[in-house]
Design a binder for this molecule. Structure first.
Ligand code: IMP
Length: 196
């Protein structure tokens, strides 16, 4: 019988994408599939802690193996802010307002180096594993592009001219922090399967 694995997210699209990649290994379920409607508190100080809080919540309350991700933008000149506070940097969960705050804080700063980071926590048979994805780049002086979400319009990945918001979803998904971490997770999960 095919094993079940929970992705601690409410994002159906994300779950389907990973589910397709693991079609032969796991049935991937999201939070609503297991009837979990709790907004799992992310009270940690690091991406690792927050990802682990989410995955362990599911393991403890539903006795199912689970993975969870946590991501954010780290800007060198701002002491790696907004980091774990990326979704609510201004105090509001509003992408436009948060992006504006970043640009305001960076006014006049010449060091524009930044990186997006994702950490995935996988708890499988009570063991915890972390997978990390990082993409380096820089922060533009002004937003450009209308694709994506969050800080995409001001982030230009190293080696590219376009911001994340100017790239198609397919292009961003080839190179993003989230994609890098997910590829590591998927490779790990596939490797474990006995070859029949
Ligand atoms: P999450 O942990 O994936 O929900 O990401 C937390 C926050 O980090 C988001 O609400 C965004 O503000 C920011 N963020 C994470 N990944 C991206 C991305 O790929 N593009 C733009 N912003 C992102």
């Amino acid at each position: 019988m095919i094993k079940e694995l929970v992705f601690a997210t409410n994002n159906k699209h994300k779950t389907e994408e990973v589910g397709k990649l693991l079609l032969n290994e796991y049935k991937v379920l999201n939070l609503s599939d297991i009837g979990c409607t709790v907004d799992i508190p992310e009270t940690g100080d690091t991406f690792e802690e927050n990802a682990f809080l989410k995955s362990s919540y599911v393991v403890e309350n539903y006795q199912l193996d689970c993975f969870a991700d946590d991501s954010g933008l780290e800007i060198e000149a701002l002491n790696n802010e907004p980091g774990i506070y990326s979704a609510r940097y201004s105090g509001q969960k509003d992408d436009q307002v948060n992006l504006k705050l970043v640009l305001q804080k960076m006014e006049g700063l010449s060091n524009r180096k930044a990186r997006f980071k994702t950490v995935i926590s996988l708890i499988q048979e009570k063991k915890n594993y972390f997978f990390e994805g990082v993409i380096n780049g820089y922060i533009r002086e002004n937003p450009i592009g209308d694709q994506g979400f969050g800080y995409d319009p001001i982030f230009v990945p190293e080696g590219y001219e376009q911001s994340f918001a100017q790239m198609s979803m397919e292009q961003k998904n080839q190179i993003s922090h989230r994609a890098i971490a997910m590829r590591k997770l998927i490779a790990f999960l596939k490797e474990q399967q006995p070859v029949l």
